[in-house]
Design a binder for this molecule. Structure first.
Ligand SMILES: Cc1ncc(COP(=O)(O)O)c(C=O)c1O
Length: 397
């Protein structure tokens, strides 16, 4: 997958609005920054922003890192009083992820952190009016797919499923009073890619709210706000935090009123992240660019090797992920998953450690995912070591 250049869309400038960024308010209150004042970062690379954002001001004796502030309640009179509204550590995490996803790197975006990716997804879905029409990929991540289906079965939403690679079908679906277009690209675990640069502006022009689950690509490889998305969603559990040691979600938008609505969802749904998890995620994001570069190049290396393996019938690769099939031989796929030493047989993805699993071992995984498909989440170990381990497991299976 290639980094997407982002000069296609130039959305209108944000004008004055009632809604304000809680993190900005907090920093203004404690650090004396003007509420609209943001350090100019349009010239900085994403790898620099990942390291420099979300830190305390540089004052004598100030800590270099944002501390973990484990408080549920704050002394009255400031911008945040209760931890469901946020807190210093959560705001610091939000500041970094907003800067990374920020459109054209000059427009202010706001991030709202949630207790998990699913909690973040649910906050967006909660904004859809009763009976509202939603268009979503058939092959979206299982948790979101099941949740969408559940909401449709209860009559809460009117759901249309589309092939995320069929741009014409997506464009056709936008003409019929759709409220939300939910996109995931690349999809989990089929690694299909949508033409976001075409679909997002078209949806925006049609008055449809667009949400992109950017968990797989991360802002290092793809920034949907720059292509016209209203909301970017993350399971920060995965590559953003990168160490498989927390659950966290995030939503990012340039629309201040939408950000305020989403923050209100967090408060009312009670889906607030812990300060400790926000701290760990912040620490993980510092190395995001390096980790993604390394994992993506290893994924390409492994995909090339796997393509010449006779036992493997299909190889898909996008970003840091690879999915392989074993010509329908499910037992063999299982033996490979149990036969590696370096690769851990475990679910999830985006960590420094390489993981593999056969996705259909999960009862809720959709039937269109081939039974023998094994998803590989490539970590940052030496790629030759990873290949030697995988090749040995495949040969022994
Ligand atoms: C693409 C994608 N979106 C959302 C989620 C849900 O995130 P979480 O597990 O943090 O709730 C996942 C989890 O695997 C995912 O892979």
């Amino acid at each position: 997958m290639h980094e997407i250049e982002c000069s296609l869309l130039r959305p209108p400038k944000i004008t004055a609005t009632r809604a304000v960024d809680m993190g900005a308010r907090y920093r203004a209150h404690h650090y004396g920054l003007g509420m609209t004042q943001r350090p100019e970062h349009s010239a900085l690379d994403l790898s620099t922003l990942a390291v420099t954002k979300g830190r305390p001001p540089r004052e004598p004796d100030a800590p270099l890192n944002t501390p973990i502030v484990p408080a549920s309640s704050f002394i009255a009179g400031g911008p945040t009083e209760y931890a469901r509204e946020g807190g210093p550590t959560v705001f610091a995490f939000e500041e970094v992820i907003a800067a990374l996803e920020c459109a054209e790197r000059t427009r202010p975006a706001q991030a709202v952190a949630f207790s998990s990716g699913m909690a973040a997804a649910d906050a967006v879905l909660d904004l859809i009016p009763v009976g509202g029409r939603v268009v979503a990929p058939t092959t979206t991540y299982t948790g979101v797919a099941v949740r969408l289906r559940e909401l449709a079965e209860r009559g809460r939403i009117d759901l249309t499923l589309i092939d995320v690679t069929d741009t014409d079908a997506i464009l056709d679906s936008l003409t019929t009073g759709v409220h939300t277009l939910w996109m995931e690209s690349p999809t989990n675990p089929l690694l299909e890619e949508a033409d976001l640069a075409t679909c997002l502006p078209a949806a925006r022009s049609a008055g449809v709210r667009t949400v992109v689950d950017n968990t797989f690509a991360t802002p290092i490889l793809q920034r949907p706000l720059e292509l016209g998305a209203h909301v970017v969603m993350h399971s920060a559990t995965k590559s953003l935090s990168g160490h498989s040691d927390l659950l966290l979600g995030a939503l990012v938008t340039e629309d201040p009123e939408l950000a305020e609505e989403l923050r209100t969802r967090r408060i009312l749904l009670g889906a607030a992240p812990s300060a400790f998890d926000a701290y760990l995620a912040l620490r993980g994001i510092r190395t995001l660019a390096l980790r993604i570069q390394r994992a993506e190049s290893s994924a390409q290396f492994l995909a090339d090797k796997l393509r010449s393996e006779p036992a493997i019938s299909r190889v898909r690769q996008a970003g840091t992920m690879v999915s392989i099939e074993f010509g329908g031989d499910v037992a063999r796929a299982d033996r490979v998953c149990h036969g590696t030493r370096l690769w851990a047989h475990a679910t999830s993805l985006g960590g420094v450690e390489s993981l593999l699993e056969r996705r259909r071992r999960w009862p809720l995984e959709a039937e269109h995912v081939p039974d023998d498909l094994v998803r590989l989440s490539v970590g940052i170990e030496d790629p030759s070591d990873l290949w030697a381990d995988l090749a040995h497991a495949i040969a022994a299976a």
